[in-house]
Write a protein that binds this ligand. Structure first.
Ligand SMILES: [Fe+2]
Ligand SMILES: [Fe+2]
Length: 292
């Protein structure tokens, strides 16, 4: 099975570049399924119901999210009802939605997707390692459980991400990191057959700070005053990975990081009205210049 996975989609530029490039990329790589992280897709922070429908309509098959998934309350209903939308599985019981899904895809393919959030320099959620252990044990106890399993680990610390990769080696097909919005150069196949990448990067404007207007963020670092963040304007690009997985065993055959620039001219960014203004206290953006 060939899986295309894209990192955090940031605002309208991220959505536009995805809309522009996804059909050709899907064909070029003969992808059986497209998975993307949508936690920044509406206005740069969070995901609205309207943007969710837009992304599913443009060919994203499954959306994972992260710490910003709770930003827009109108998503709480879809989180409960839309099986193609996941939020990190290690939020406490009672939070809307689910963090684990099994999907029957066209062509007879079956795929399990697990979305987890890190806890180092992030909210103190349930342990992502033990949550993964519990959910995989439950899956493996089922007859006909899919061998192909993808994990989106939405986390800040590279050490926590690497550690989860080793912890799950041989039990899932891939552990791909999101949240930092910067693609790392460490794609590898672990010995047990798990493909690993610390961070897939983002879909949005790279001439920015994590997809946001760099002038605003620089000012924030200089003054330490709250700022209203806005998505950057400029040329967008897609950051992600292409995975090839043996469907019988679930072992990854290959992992390739993708970084594709949009051939079109400038993409609009700041005029996104699909989400509310960005909060200045986003964990995605360090609150002081010394923060990781
Ligand atoms: Fe993000
Ligand atoms: Fe995040």
């Amino acid at each position: 099975m060939r899986i295309l996975f894209f990192g955090d989609i940031v605002g309208k530029p991220g959505r536009q570049v995805l809309k522009e490039l996804l059909p050709a990329l899907r064909r070029e790589h003969a992808a059986d399924v497209v998975v993307a992280n949508g936690e920044n897709a509406s206005g740069g922070i969070g995901l609205t119901g309207e943007t969710l429908r837009e992304l599913l309509g443009m060919g994203v098959d499954i959306l994972t999210t992260g710490n910003h998934v709770w930003k827009h309350r109108d998503l709480y209903g879809p989180l409960d009802k839309e099986s193609r939308l996941l939020r990190p599985a290690n939020y406490p019981a009672g939070a809307p939605g689910r963090g684990f899904g099994v999907y029957d895809l066209p062509g007879g393919h079956r795929l399990a997707v697990l979305n987890l959030c890190g806890t180092t320099y992030m909210d103190p959620l349930d342990c992502p390692f033990r949550t993964a252990e519990t959910l995989l044990a439950r899956l493996e106890a089922e007859e006909g459980a899919p061998a192909v399993r993808l994990v989106d680990f939405h986390a800040e610390a590279t050490s926590e991400k690497k550690a989860l990769g080793w912890f799950l080696d041989g039990r899932v097909s891939a552990v791909i990191g999101t949240h930092t919005h910067v693609q790392t150069a460490d794609a590898m196949l672990l010995p047990g057959g798990t493909a690993y990448l610390t961070d897939a990067g983002m879909c949005g404007v790279e001439a920015s700070v994590l997809g946001m207007d760099h002038k605003v963020i620089v000012d924030r670092f200089l003054t330490r005053l709250p700022q209203r963040f806005r998505p950057a304007t400029g040329r967008g690009s897609l950051n992600g990975v292409l995975l090839d997985v043996d469907e019988a065993t679930g072992r990854a055959r290959s992992i390739r990081a993708l970084r594709v620039a949009c051939p079109a001219a400038e993409l609009p960014g700041g005029a996104d009205t699909s989400g509310s203004p960005n909060s200045p206290d986003s964990p995605d953006f360090p609150s002081s210049p010394g923060s990781p």
